[in-house]
Design a protein around this ligand. Structure first.
Ligand SMILES: Nc1ncnc2c1ncn2[C@@H]1O[C@H](COP(=O)(O)OP(=O)(O)OP(=O)(O)O)[C@@H](O)[C@H]1O
Length: 254
C-alpha cells in the first residue's frame, strides 16, 4: 500500500517546552490511525504539525510524496509561499473539537465555501457536491439552517461534510467528540465509522477508546511528546509493553 502520510523526526517547542520530541509516523492509503494519550502529551500539536497549522521546529511531513511547507529548488528546500501552503493544507481535511463553522453562513454556505474559493468550483457544482455530502452525514434537511440552530453533534457532522468537500487525501480529526454532550457523541462516531468503512484515510486524535478498538487499523499512544506504543488495537490496548502506556490505559479503561 502506498503512503498517504509520512512524518519523520517531528519536533515542536513552545518557548523552552519541547512538546514533540522527534516523532516518526507512516500512514498508508485507506488506513485509520487513532492517536491516544494523556492530556498534554502533544496529540493535538502533532496533528497540527502534520498539516502545518503549527510549523514543526524539526522534521518533515510528506503527503502523497509531496513535502509539506517546502518546495525543492536547485537542490535546496525553500519555504512555500502562504498561498501554496494553503493549497497543500487543503489536501488534509481537518475536523476540530469546536467545529469552527462560519456562524453567519448557512450549513450549505459553510460546505460550499472552500470548494468555490480554494478549488474554483462553480456554485452549481459546489452545491451539488455539498448536498451529496450533507446527505451522507444526515444533514441535508438542515442545509438552509445556521450553525446556531444546530446541536453540537449536528454542527460536527456539518464540519465533517465541509472538510470532505475539499476532496482531501487524508482526514484529520482533533478530538471531534470531546466538546459534545454524551448523548450526541454516537451520531458523530457513526459518521466516522461510515467513512472508515468507505476507505477514507483517517488520523484521529481521540479519547474514545472503544472507537479506537473497533475502527482503527493501528493505534498510537503518546506520552510526554513521544510515541511510546504503536500497533494493532488489540495488541496495544490489551497488552502494551510500555509501563507508562499500561498505566495510562489502566486509568482510562477503569
Ligand atoms: N500554542 C501553544 N503555546 C504554548 N503551549 C502550547 C500551545 N499549544 C499546546 N501547548 C502545550 O503543549 C502541550 C501539548 O498540548 P496538546 O494540546 O498538543 O496536548 P494533547 O495531548 O492534545 O492534550 P488534550 O488531550 O488535553 O487536548 C501542553 O503542555 C500545552 O499546554
Amino acid at each position: 500500500m502506498s503512503l498517504a502520510v509520512k512524518a519523520v523526526g517531528i519536533r515542536k517547542c513552545f518557548g523552552s517546552h519541547e512538546v514533540l520530541k522527534g516523532l516518526d509516523l507512516e500512514v498508508t492509503h485507506g488506513e485509520v490511525l487513532c492517536i491516544l494519550g494523556p492530556s498534554g502529551s502533544g496529540k493535538s500539536t502533532f496533528l497540527r504539525c502534520i498539516n502545518h497549522l503549527e510549523t514543526p521546529n524539526g522534521g518533515y511531513v510528506w503527503v502523497d510524496g509531496a513535502i509539506m511547507g517546502y518546495a525543492l529548488s536547485r537542490g535546496a528546500l525553500q519555504e512555500l509561499p502562504v498561498k501554496q501552503l494553503r493549497a497543500q493544507q487543503s489536501q488534509l481535511g481537518m475536523v476540530f473539537q469546536h467545529f469552527n463553522l462560519f456562524a453567519h453562513r448557512t450549513v450549505l454556505g459553510n460546505v460550499i465555501e472552500g470548494p468555490m474559493v480554494v478549488r474554483g468550483l462553480s456554485r452549481a457544482k459546489a452545491e451539488a457536491r455539498a448536498m451529496d455530502l450533507l446527505e451522507q452525514v444526515g444533514m441535508a434537511a438542515k442545509a438552509a439552517s445556521y450553525p446556531s440552530q444546530l446541536s453540537g453533534g449536528q454542527k460536527q457532522r456539518v464540519a465533517i461534510a465541509r472538510a470532505l468537500a475539499m476532496e482531501p487525501r487524508v482526514m484529520l480529526f482533533d478530538e471531534p467528540t470531546s466538546a459534545l454532550d454524551p448523548e450526541l457523541v454516537g451520531e458523530v462516531l457513526e459518521v466516522m465509522r461510515a467513512l472508515a468503512r468507505g476507505g477514507t484515510t483517517m488520523i484521529v486524535v481521540t479519547h474514545e477508546i472503544r472507537f479506537a478498538r473497533e475502527v482503527a487499523d493501528r493505534v498510537v499512544v503518546m506520552i510526554d511528546g513521544e510515541i511510546r506504543e504503536m500497533g494493532a488495537p488489540g495488541a496495544v490496548l490489551s497488552n502494551p509493553a510500555d509501563p507508562r502506556v499500561r498505566s495510562f490505559l489502566s486509568r482510562v479503561l477503569a
